[in-house]
Design a protein around this ligand. Structure first.
Ligand code: PLP
Length: 452
């Protein structure tokens, strides 16, 4: 920090403040974690200065021998860890991994057959007319994914995201009575819509998915199954999700982030069956530029960590702690979407406290509890104010929290929410954003969490 402070002291100060804040608060954001010192140090290395467009052993720049080493290592660890035939370590983020997946599915299923039909090797050899026809076909494909309010991600066909613009899209939801995935309803929708891509995976669904069933549905309609395991990759790596709950053997293409439950650097990964490998391998230049070599090196380190037996204990604790947190809420009378959890996520419906998700999130932050507001299924408050707060256990599990600590966390959260009242707008009307925190709640919550 002294080196940074000599150049721009405000960055050094903000960095110090970030460490202080992360240490002083209860980090319950389901997509966050604490990466190890080895991962953090690897990201701050000289690999940051190297360009390496292309792929391992086939670069558009000279001098990439060391990048080749770390990229190949990251891919090897990913293949071994997840039992995948092929792994691609270049995506800069989860969104990039999904873009690589979408375009490699389009390349394999739409572009390659067109090239074969015209007996050419690549798109540059097509006539202007054939190229126009192919461009039209590429832009005329269908994608079916989980809706945002049911727990899907915006890259799964949400209209404001590019995935909802580049595909004709439809969404499947969850059963209105139970909040659970209804595979028959997904099947019926898939049969009617006939998507090229069926996306499974979630950001805010507190339950496991049967990927064998999702693959069956994809096969019945001739779709490619893409699973986005960004959130729960750590539970797959740690063998908490096995058999039908492990997406990798069932999905044609699996994507993930590396920084959530997997506890690595910020970044993405794509895993694929052999059939899709050569398309995914063209992620650069298809949708990516030069890879972040320093981050690929850190992915190799994080994946090596995840291959240690201790990571399986960590993953079991993440899931066990989520159950403890959920029980802590239920015994104190709070409402949870799907009435519980069997992954790392607890989705608290805060409407019974008379609050919106936005008010609950802000009140909790004042008390040193960092969460994010989240829609609940058919949310009356929409995606901005919401009626839910999403909580995840990976970060505090890394800090060593167990059953008793998570029960205490539930107690603290219920105390804060029960002592928060909705505020009013400037004109005196009801507000979905402002709130009034009861006297002393923030201080007593911070004091109690400092003890944990
Ligand atoms: N996919 C899922 C399921 C996610 O939850 C997220 C991030 O929240 C992403 C993709 C995008 O990841 P990133 O923020 O790294 O682009």
């Amino acid at each position: 920090l002294q080196v940074i402070a000599a150049v721009e002291p405000r960055v050094a100060e903000a960095t110090r403040a970030e460490l202080r804040d992360q240490r002083a608060s209860l980090k319950l954001i389901a997509s966050e974690n604490y990466a190890s010192p080895a991962v953090l140090l690897t990201m701050g290395s000289w690999f940051s200065d190297k360009y390496a467009e292309g792929t391992v052993g086939h670069r558009f720049y000279a001098g990439c021998q060391n990048v080749d080493t770390v990229e190949a290592l990251a891919a090897e660890h990913a293949r071994e860890l997840f039992g995948a035939p092929y792994a691609y370590a270049q995506p800069h983020s989860g969104i990039d991994a999904n873009l690589v997946a979408f375009w490699s599915i389009l390349a394999h299923r739409v572009e390659t057959p067109a090239l074969e039909k015209h007996a050419v090797k690549n798109v540059n050899e097509l006539s202007e007319g054939d190229w126009e026809t192919l461009r039209h076909e590429l832009g005329n494909q269908r994608l079916l994914g989980m809706s945002l309010d049911a727990g899907g991600h915006l890259t799964h066909g949400f209209r404001p995201n590019i995935s909802g613009k580049m595909f004709h899209q439809q969404q499947y939801g969850t059963d209105p009575a139970t909040g659970l995935l209804d595979y028959d309803a997904v099947r019926a929708k898939a049969k009617e819509f006939r998507p090229l891509v069926l996306v499974a995976g979630y950001s805010a669904y507190p339950r496991r998915v049967n990927f064998a069933k999702m693959r069956e549905i994809a096969d019945e309609v001739g779709a490619t199954l893409m699973v986005d395991m960004a959130h729960f990759a750590g539970l797959v790596a740690g063998k908490v999700f096995t058999g039908d709950e492990d997406p990798v053997p069932f999905a044609h293409v699996t994507t993930t982030t590396t920084h959530k439950s997997l506890r690595g650097p910020r970044g993405g990964l794509v895993l694929a069956q052999e059939e899709f490998a050569s398309s995914v391998d063209r992620g650069c230049p298809m949708v990516l530029g030069g890879p972040l070599s320093h981050v690929m090196a850190a992915k190799a380190v994080a994946l090596a960590e995840a291959r240690q037996p201790a990571f399986q204990d960590y993953a079991q604790q993440i899931a066990g702690n989520a159950k403890s947190l959920a029980e802590g809420f239920l015994t104190r009378g709070a409402n949870l979407v799907t009435s519980g959890t069997d992954n790392h996520i607890v989705l608290l419906d805060v409407s019974s406290f008379g609050l919106t998700g936005r008010q609950a999130e802000s009140a909790l932050l004042d008390a040193g509890v960092v969460t994010n507001r989240n829609s609940v299924p058919a949310d009356p408050n929409g995606a901005w104010y919401t009626s839910g707060v999403r909580l995840g256990t990976p970060a505090l599990t890394t800090r060593g929290f167990g059953h008793d600590e998570f029960d205490k966390v539930a107690e603290l959260i219920v105390d804060v929410l029960a002592n928060t009242k909705p505020g009013t707008t400037k004109a005196g009307g009801p507000s979905k954003a402002s709130y009034v925190l009861g006297d002393g709640v923030a201080d007593r919550t911070k004091a109690a969490s400092a003890e944990l």
